[in-house]
Write a protein that binds this ligand. Structure first.
Ligand code: NAG
Length: 439
């Protein structure tokens, strides 16, 4: 019995050695997932709704709640508040890990770092770059599957002050933006799957929306990857958020060519719809802005056309909105309030993002308002500043979270295109991924 025993021990050592080599470069297990899935919960514990996900991080693993920022460049986590882990490692200056972050600084003890931003409050603080194990559920698109881990997931160490303003229990921000260190990029490179990810925001605080990393199928009672319309993602060569000075924007811009209300083109200053050489103008998508923000002349033109098309009397507006009606004057259907569709016309007349009543309107009991915010209504927001929880420098149209709810969005980074579809039109919604059963 002695000989086989020795062989098996040697075999075991060999295997562990081999798996150690693999784990230091890619993922922790030999199982190679095709996609990953995370829940996405609407949180209204603070005044501004935030969309929250949860990952497991550290050794031993602990659940970490994070606000999701579609246009954020990286993951940052508060390291000041009880961060303990036997596997956390600082990134050494000059290492490949530091350069993945683009511009970075170096501390006295030769740990690289860069500034992390709380896009809800606008505060930025410098923090060290660390790597630690992150584990999430894989998926075949239909159910959650096996848990997989990335042993050295890179993030910036945030602080208590940076965490202020995040929803209750949230320890940091998960950036999904166009960088090499955003969550989609690190997961795609760890598991060698397609550089695609998708988000679907639930409108309810009691049901989970979903984030998928990797390609479809994406089963929300039907495979929604089959019903997407595509539009190019546009690069803004100038950053529009602090913390990325001297670097291109890592947010997702699309090309809105015109806006129609009830099928009629709204007269707009077209210059505002494209991004100029200083990075000003254009249209971006944001999960940290609760409502769509429009440059002031665009807001006025759209609101005027909308009021005419609704044909009801307006009532005194409720901030932050500027255009409201009496709820009793508006009919309701399965698609939400029965108001004219607001259509964002994209690369041509046939490619249109329809904003239906459920996404355009916000009901506040007896009053129901057009859920768009005039960027010019607050002087501090006219250049670089905040409107309702997000940075609003210079971009003419920021499509906000209320307008994204129950719309499925797939970001294809390799093809640089966005796939989108309103799930109301498919008789399903973002809460229909089956998180309970295991594949
Ligand atoms: C259109 O917008 C651009 C950029 O803000 C501005 O320079 C121009 O004067 C505007 N044109 C008109 C006709 O208002």
């Amino acid at each position: 019995m002695l000989v086989p025993m020795v062989v098996s021990v040697r075999f075991f050592i060999l295997c562990s050695f081999f798996s150690f080599i693999i784990s230091s470069s890619i993922a922790h297990t030999s199982f190679r997932p095709k996609a990953l899935v995370l829940p996405l919960t609407k949180d209204v514990s603070s005044s501004i709704p935030q969309y929250i996900t949860k990952i497991n991080q550290r050794t031993p693993l602990v659940p970490v709640k994070l606000t999701v920022d579609l246009g954020g460049g990286y993951l940052w986590v508060n390291c000041e508040d009880g961060y303990t882990s036997s596997t956390s490692k600082p990134a050494r200056c000059g290492s490949a890990q530091c350069s993945l972050f683009g511009l970075y600084g170096c501390s006295g003890d030769k740990v690289c770092g860069r500034s992390a931003t709380n896009t809800i409050t606008g505060l930025s603080t410098y923090g060290d770059i660390h790597g630690d194990i992150v584990s999430v559920q894989s998926t075949n698109g239909n159910n959650p599957g096996r848990v997989v881990s990335v042993p050295n997931f890179l993030f910036i160490c945030g602080s208590n002050s940076l965490q202020n303003g995040l929803a209750s229990g949230v320890k940091g921000i998960a950036g999904l933006g166009k960088t090499k260190v955003s969550l989609p990029s690190q997961f795609s490179s760890a598991f060698s799957f397609k550089r695609k990810f998708a988000i679907c925001l639930s409108s309810s605080t009691s049901t989970n929306g979903v984030i998928f990393f990797g390609d479809g199928p994406y089963n929300l009672n039907m495979d929604v990857s089959k019903v997407l319309t595509f539009t190019p993602l546009i690069t803004n060569h100038v950053n529009t958020v602090s913390g990325f000075l001297g670097e291109p924007s890592v947010e997702y811009f699309i090309g809105v060519k015109s806006i129609r209300v009830s099928g009629k083109k709204v007269p707009l200053n077209n210059t505002l719809l494209s991004i100029n050489q200083n990075g000003i103008g254009g249209t971006k998508i944001s999960t940290v802005n609760p409502y769509t923000v429009l440059e002031t002349t665009i807001y006025k033109a759209v609101a005027d056309a909308f009021v005419k098309a609704v044909g009801a009397q307006t009532v005194a507006p409720v901030a932050p909105f500027g255009t409201c009606f009496a709820t009793k004057d508006i009919g309701f259907s399965r698609m939400g309030p029965g108001v004219p569709s607001i259509d964002l016309v994209l690369q041509n007349k046939e490619v249109v993002w329809n904003i239906i009543g459920a996404n355009s309107m916000v009901q506040l009991n007896d009053v129901i308002c057009l859920g768009f915010v005039d960027a010019g209504s607050n002087p501090s927001t006219s250049k670089v500043g905040f409107v309702m929880g997000g940075l609003h420098p210079m971009t003419s149209i920021t499509i906000g979270a209320h307008q994204l709810e129950n719309n499925f969005l797939q970001f294809d980074l390799a093809a640089s295109r966005l796939g989108f579809r309103s799930l109301f039109l498919e008789h399903t919604n973002c809460a229909n991924f089956n998180f309970t059963s295991s594949a």
